[in-house]
Design a protein around this ligand. Structure first.
Ligand SMILES: CC(C)(COP(=O)(O)OP(=O)(O)OC[C@H]1O[C@@H](n2cnc3c(N)ncnc32)[C@H](O)[C@@H]1OP(=O)(O)O)[C@@H](O)C(=O)NCCC(=O)NCCS
Length: 141
């Protein structure tokens, strides 16, 4: 996974006004319950997703597709892979936070079955903005 770090950090920096540092990604790679999925296209790092499972709860920390590769279904494929893997690892619910104004991401999450379950006021910096809290139930009774 570490061989993808340069590409991931570049995508991160191009995708977010308040990007994670390289060190933050390294910390998550070292964490026992986290997993990083990388999507490669034509030998290039095209996107990634990072999530974490803690007992029955899973959290999507980060997902991004490089600008040149967007609207081709890669974001959906990454998210579906995350959901399937979290389910296999025993998670019953996955949640995430997303900037309220991030229409592409909110649409992606809704299309995958996530619903808004709360709001965190002024959660983000640069610019200050509310986060929508979204979740999805992963188990079927
Ligand atoms: C959000 C993101 C990962 C989507 O990746 P993507 O590969 O372009 O998404 P997909 O092509 O798989 O699209 C899947 C669905 O998401 C929604 N969607 C994706 N981009 C959209 C856009 N620009 N506007 C509206 N809906 C969009 C649509 O419902 C789409 O389904 P459709 O193509 O059948 O209409 C991508 O825009 C991105 O990297 N954004 C910057 C990083 C980011 O904001 N990440 C989320 C952090 S919480």
């Amino acid at each position: 996974m570490r061989r993808h770090l340069d590409g991931i950090v570049e995508i991160e920096n191009r995708s977010f006004p308040d990007p994670w540092s390289r060190g933050a990604f390294e910390d998550y790679l070292d964490a026992p319950d986290g997993e990083l999925l990388v999507l490669e296209e034509a030998g290039q790092t095209a996107g990634f997703a990072l999530y974490h499972v803690s007992f029955e709860d899973a959290e999507l920390y980060n997902i991004a597709v490089d600008g040149a590769f967007r609207r081709r279904g890669f974001g959906r494929a990454l998210l579906e892979a995350v959901l399937a893997r979290a389910r296999r690892r025993g998670a019953e619910r996955m949640y995430l936070e997303v900037r309220k104004s991030n229409a592409p991401a909110v649409a992606l999450y809704r299309a995958a079955g996530f619903a808004v379950c709360g709001v965190r006021r002024n959660y983000y910096a640069l610019p200050t903005e509310d986060a929508l809290l979204m979740d999805i139930i992963l188990i079927s009774n």
